[in-house]
Design a protein around this ligand. Structure first.
Ligand code: ZN
Length: 270
């Protein structure tokens, strides 16, 4: 199933995207037993949102050998290198990636995104880990590379509002499509030019290993997202460009790039 979250004139809800591009609205959240409201929408009449609002996005750095090499000197990590992106960095398909004021080195990073299911994940073994997975979507771990190199850690470089595009949908049954999450092609193009290409079979730490490892540190809640790392070919994006991240079987996540929208919440009526 392709799970989407969408905005219609009636508000925000989850739905299931069918083969002809229509969305059937579901009651409540998509975990567990799904019941339909009976409402159906043509995709043209709704706006797709990020398919999930995670309580946290747990990311894995340097998880493809060729990307480790392109980042510069240093070996691949001997165990998964974890960092977090704040929930406020998440945007959906069609939303703009915002370049922070004065920044000239914001990079795209296409990644396989794992969405955790209803039971969550806490102290699971690699053998149990896939039982915690709800489905998969496309992620873009947008990164301010100069800040990443300058700061001692990556919170700022990875954490700006809009730096975590997710979508366009969550596929809950890749197997039914004849696909294996352990061997999916990932690509990223900018204005149509191919920048990144890789396969999840090249992950240094695979999805079960990552979920197990993370779950020894922090409880993964339903809807939490794990970004599994990016293949080689990262590079700068600037306002006016269009970024397309594609993972085999999961569609294409398209986002325009725009300058920061620096509106303060201070002083207004709240
Ligand atoms: Zn990344």
């Amino acid at each position: 199933m392709r799970i989407v979250r969408f905005a219609s004139p009636q508000g925000m809800s989850f739905g299931i995207l069918d083969g002809d591009g229509n969305v059937a609205q579901i009651e409540g959240h998509p975990f567990g037993r799904i019941s339909f409201t009976g409402a159906r929408y043509a995709q043209a009449d709704i706006r797709l949102l990020s398919p999930i609002l995670p309580s946290k996005v747990v990311c894995v750095g340097k998880n493809y050998a060729a990307h480790v090499t392109e980042l510069g000197p240093g070996d691949a990590p001997s165990e998964p290198l974890l960092f977090l992106k704040p929930s406020t960095s998440v945007i959906g398909p069609g939303d703009a990636i915002r370049i922070p004021p004065g920044s000239t080195n914001v990079h795209h990073e296409v990644e396989l995104a794992v969405v955790i299911g209803a039971r969550g994940a806490r102290h699971v073994t690699p053998g149990q880990a896939l039982g915690s997975v709800f489905g998969y979507t496309v992620g873009n771990d947008v990164t301010e590379r100069d800040m990443q190199n300058r700061d001692g850690q990556w919170t700022r470089a990875k954490g700006f509002d809009s730096f975590c595009p997710l979508g366009p949908w969550i596929e809950t049954d890749l197997g039914a499509l004849g696909l294996d999450p352990a061997d999916l092609e990932l690509t990223c193009t900018v204005d149509g030019e191919r920048r990144q290409q890789g396969r999840t079979s090249q992950l240094l730490f695979d999805v079960p290993t990552l979920i197990s490892y993370i779950s020894q540190v922090m409880t993964l809640l339903p809807g939490d997202v794990v970004l599994t790392g990016t293949p080689a070919g990262v590079g700068p994006i600037r306002a006016g460009q269009q970024v397309e991240c594609t993972v085999e079987g999961l569609g294409t996540l398209t986002n325009a790039v725009a300058d920061a929208d620096v509106v303060s919440t201070a002083g207004g009526a709240r």
